[in-house]
Design a protein around this ligand. Structure first.
Ligand code: ATP
Ligand code: MG
Length: 663
């Protein structure tokens, strides 16, 4: 989930980072191109409009020239001078046809119609009020104009001309709401020239005109010249229309059925701007069935009144198509950019999220206690650095955890050690207290018994000397003396144990003490089957002790060992210097049957014995002596595996406890 979120965020930010500026630049680019194209199209249309105006002017000029030239013909001023219409008729007809005119009329110097070529039977009506005729007569110069002629004027020429001008207006939604439904008058390009006699007198006026309604010559010529008949997708790019007021009277805009789109009206907006205000209108215009970049300019009569409009328009489609093309190119580039960036973002996000995901997983496992986790990723960047630190952190965590565990285990064994030490000390204390109490009692008893025993022994001995050996009492007396001696020995032992004899301390080699004891007992019968082994330290320091008492301790242990090994065995003496404890340690080990567990803590008690003739004082005396020297004595034994008596004597005197048994 974390992985998708980081990845998704990276990808979306990257995509947004490219998408937003791309779209903005695409929008700005398209807007700029649109402006560029539109202004280009507008300037094109301006030029086109100029060209169109120029062609109209040319047309009028050509018409004016033709009329001017024909006006100089002798046949015209001759006929006027003679007032004879006869010869005029065929000639005028020729001119009408040659110049493709719709009206060709000759007036006299008053402006009264002298000859009407299309309708020769009708003459005599006055045209002097017509501004064009008026100017030609007055200024005696050729003039031309564009004018609207009412139906009556057209009808004078021919019914055909009137019907050519007649238009039933097609309703258009955008047109102004004037109630006009038909147009009966006609727009005419006209020219008039004075007819002068050779002597320069004004004879009349020659007047010719062309009806523009349903006459496509001019508009098609404009298109041909201005737009050069350029096609776009099979359609003419340029269109030209002449409006009479706001009605299309000549155009090359086609309806859907291919007919020319005349009789329709310009939009109210255009009509208002051009016809009412006399301005040129430029902009997009929907003409019949397509959008054009268009311009409408007013057409004025000789008195400068706006009577119609000249329209040129170029199909907008080529421009919009190129706009769309650039938009598609922009969008294509954006899509491509987004695709590339998204791909890069995916790769990058994968590279970033992979080690993070691995670290999260490893952290979870470490939390469960698995410190063997390592994230396998290396890279010289920050993430690589992070992974490396993370791995090191796990290692460190594993190490400290192990240390803590070791320490806890160590603490436990230390506590166990100390507890057993305290227990041993407690036991020793108990033993010491017990022995002190027994010693006190025994010392008292021994002291009291010692004197009477001396008396008994002295008396017994004297009596024994007096009784001859063959006397039957001799044997009994001997028993008395022996048993008394035994009692004295016990008493002496008791007094020894209870420290009645004070140690005479001097520097003593315990190795020497061992050697003395071995010498003393070695040759006795009890040691015949015993293999004596010495394992003595050569550099053993001397201890401050009573030598006799040290021999006593060793002897008592040796005697016990010999008694335990009456079948034979090995007796091993070991001595060593414990420099840390500043003591000399002596152990006397036998291979006898060992001490049963249940009597282990009793064997140092006075009078504890398992032997028929034993006093149970041997180890008690040894304990008393060692204790008075400030040392310790203990036994190590396993039933069936022999017994080892170990005692330690401090190297330097001073630690002894001489008060112990009496305490
Ligand atoms: N090396 C040993 N092997 C087996 N048991 C021993 C050994 N040393 C001592 N004991 C046991 O400890 C008891 C006490 O010994 P201790 O030397 O105090 O008295 P004893 O040997 O019995 O009598 P005494 O020393 O007066 O002859 C012995 O009776 C014996 O049971
Ligand atoms: Mg003994």
């Amino acid at each position: 989930m974390i992985q998708t979120s980081i990845r998704a965020r990276l990808i979306s930010s990257f995509t947004a980072a490219i998408l937003v500026p791309s779209l903005i630049s695409a929008a700005v680019g398209v807007w700029m191109i649109d402006r560029q194209i539109t202004s280009q199209a507008q300037s094109h249309v301006n030029a086109d409009l100029q060209g169109a105006n120029e062609i109209c002017r040319n047309y009028l000029e050509r018409l004016e020239n033709a009329i001017r030239i024909h006006a100089t013909r002798m046949i015209i001023y001759g006929a006027l001078g003679r007032k004879d219409r006869g010869p005029l008729e065929p000639e005028m007809h020729n001119i009408l046809q040659a110049e493709r005119l719709d009206i060709l009329t000759v007036t006299d110097a008053d402006g009264t119609v002298f000859h009407r070529t299309r309708n020769p039977s009708l003459y005599g009506d006055r045209l002097a009020e017509d501004e064009l005729i008026h100017r030609a007569l007055r200024y005696k110069i050729p003039v031309s104009d564009i004018a609207i002629l009412p139906q009556a004027e057209l009808a004078k020429e021919s019914a055909e001309l009137a019907s050519q001008a007649h238009m039933e207006i097609t309703p258009t939604p955008m047109a102004s709401r004037s109630g006009k439904t038909r147009e009966t008058s006609g727009m005419m390009f006209r020219a008039a020239a004075p007819v002068l006699s050779p002597d320069g007198r004004l004879q009349g006026v020659l007047y010719g005109a062309v009806l523009i309604n349903r006459n496509y010559e001019i508009v098609d010529k404009i298109r041909k010249v201005v737009f050069r008949e350029v096609l776009y997708k099979g359609r003419e790019v340029g269109t030209v229309t002449i409006f009479q007021d706001d009605v299309r009277i000549a155009t090359n805009v086609l309806n859907a059925d291919g007919t020319r789109a005349i009789t329709t009206r310009a939009s109210a907006e255009v009509a208002d701007e051009v016809l009412r205000r006399g301005h040129t209108w430029r902009g997009r215009a929907f003409v019949v069935n397509d959008w054009y970049i268009a311009a409408y300019t007013p057409m004025k009569d000789i008195k400068d009144r706006t009577i119609g409009m000249l329209y040129v328009g170029t199909l907008e489609r080529p421009y919009t198509d190129s706009l769309w093309r650039s938009l598609f190119i922009f969008l294509g580039m954006t899509v491509l950019g987004v695709a590339i960036v998204t791909w890069v973002a995916i790769v990058l996000a994968h590279r970033i999220s992979l080690p993070i995901h691995a670290m999260a997983e490893a952290a979870g496992k470490v939390a469960e206690g698995d410190y063997a986790q390592r994230v396998d990723y290396s890279s010289p960047d920050e993430i690589g650095h992070l992974v490396e630190r993370f791995n090191r952190m796990i290692q460190e965590l594993a190490r400290t955890t192990q240390e803590l565990m070791d320490w806890a285990a160590n603490l436990e064994s230390k506590v166990e050690d100390r507890t057993s030490q305290v227990k041993a000390m407690q036991n020793q204390l108990l033993q010491a207290e017990k022995l002190a109490a027994i010693g006190k009692l025994a010392a008292g008893v021994a002291h009291e018994i010692n004197n009477p025993l001396t008396g008994i022994l002295t008396s017994g001995s004297l009596m024994l000397e007096d009784v001859p050996p063959d006397d039957p009492r001799h044997e009994e007396l001997k028993i008395i003396v022996d048993e008394t001696m035994r009692c004295r020995k016990i008493v002496k032992g008791l007094l020894d144990f209870a420290r009645q004899t004070k140690p005479q301390k001097q520097a003593v080699s315990l190795n020497q003490v061992i050697a003395d004891v071995v010498n003393l007992v070695g040759k006795q019968a009890a040691f015949r089957d015993i293999d004596i082994q010495m394992d003595l330290a050569a550099d053993l320091p001397a201890v401050m002790a009573d030598q006799d008492q040290m021999r006593q301790v060793v002897l008592n242990a040796v005697l016990n060992a010999a008694e335990a090994m009456h079948q034979g065995g090995e007796l091993r003496f070991t001595s060593r210097h414990d420099s840390a404890g500043k003591t000399v340690e002596v152990s006397i080990a036998d291979t006898g049957p060992g001490v049963p567990d249940d009597i282990k803590d009793k064997i140092f008690d006075p009078f504890f014995t398992t032997k028929k003739t034993g006093t149970g004082l041997g180890l008690a005396i040894a304990y008393g002596i060692v204790d008075r020297h400030g040392g310790t004595i203990s036994i190590r034994s396993r039933p069936g595996h022999g017994t080892t008596v170990v005692f330690r004597i401090p190297v330097e005197a001073g630690g002894e406890n001489e008060q112990l048994p009496q305490a």
